[in-house]
Design a protein around this ligand. Structure first.
Ligand code: GLP
Length: 253
């Protein structure tokens, strides 16, 4: 059975970030020991900035919260500036009262990625599952690092990155360094087990992917279309990202 995600179209990326931060704060307030699924990339940067501000202002606390990130590059040590470990510490973990030991990312340096993926699944399950999963979307419709063709029953595992993903993320790497060719990512099935999912899409480069996710078939060719199998998905996007959505899609503006 498929579901229609709740689509909220906001003026710009700032409004999307504020709404996402409000949603995260509401889940934390309503759920003792909330478990968050966190995302990286350029899109959520403004969300982490809002959350940092709220913590600094004493309006929000992450004490008791646990988190699991979607993905990590394989072969990048955690201290590499372009690793998602570094990103999360720089943008979020080092600035909020989330305890060390309560945040988790897949182990990009694992000798045995299959075993590391299995351990990550067990850790999520032991924490009681994810209450709120934050997602971005790739220009090719990927979620996490689940590239087109990723099976809907996939779990945390080693994946090869699409050439277009490597090109899209190259600017995050120091000059002359190319991103790794592989990553460890939560699978589509892992993501679909979250109790609630919020996908963020901002800017014109995301318009085609959002259109394909919502208007095309539910098919592994567009990994984000799998979210239509989940009953509690909210999409927060700006006008630019919504520009390929046709009139038949109900949206709150
Ligand atoms: C990256 C990440 C995804 C992210 C997406 C979009 O490759 N693995 O989790 O959502 O691509 O990134 P951005 O927000 O920078 O466009």
């Amino acid at each position: 059975m498929t579901h229609a995600p709740k689509l909220t179209i906001l003026d710009d990326g700032d409004a999307v970030a504020s709404e996402a931060a409000r949603t995260i704060a509401a889940v934390i307030a309503a759920t003792p020991g909330a478990v968050l699924g966190l995302a990286t990339g350029r899109t959520p940067l403004a969300v982490y900035a809002r959350l940092r501000e709220d913590v600094a202002a004493g309006k929000l606390s992450f004490e008791g919260v646990r988190s699991f990130n979607l993905d990590e590059y394989l072969g990048l040590p955690p201290e590499h500036p372009a690793s998602y470990h570094s990103y999360m510490r720089r943008e979020f973990f080092d600035h909020v009262d989330l305890c060390a030991g309560d945040w988790h990312l897949p182990d990009g340096m694992a000798d045995d990625p299959a075993a590391a993926g299995g351990r990550y699944e067990v850790a999520i399950r032991k924490a009681g599952g994810i209450d709120l999963q934050l997602l971005g979307i790739g220009e090719n419709g990927h979620i996490g690092f689940n590239e087109p063709g990723a099976p809907f029953d996939s779990r945390t595992r080693k994946v090869a990155l699409a050439a277009s993903t490597i090109a899209a993320n190259a600017s995050e790497f120091p000059d002359g360094q190319t991103p790794p060719s592989h990553a460890l990512t939560m699978g589509i099935a892992t993501i679909l087990e979250a109790r609630r999912i919020v996908l963020l899409a901002t800017g014109p480069k995301k318009a085609k992917a959002l259109g394909a996710m919502l208007s095309g078939p539910v098919d592994p060719a567009v990994p984000a279309s799998a979210l239509r199998l989940h009953p509690a998905v909210t999409i927060l996007c700006d006008e630019e990202a919504a520009s390929c959505l046709h009139d038949g899609i109900a949206a709150v503006r």
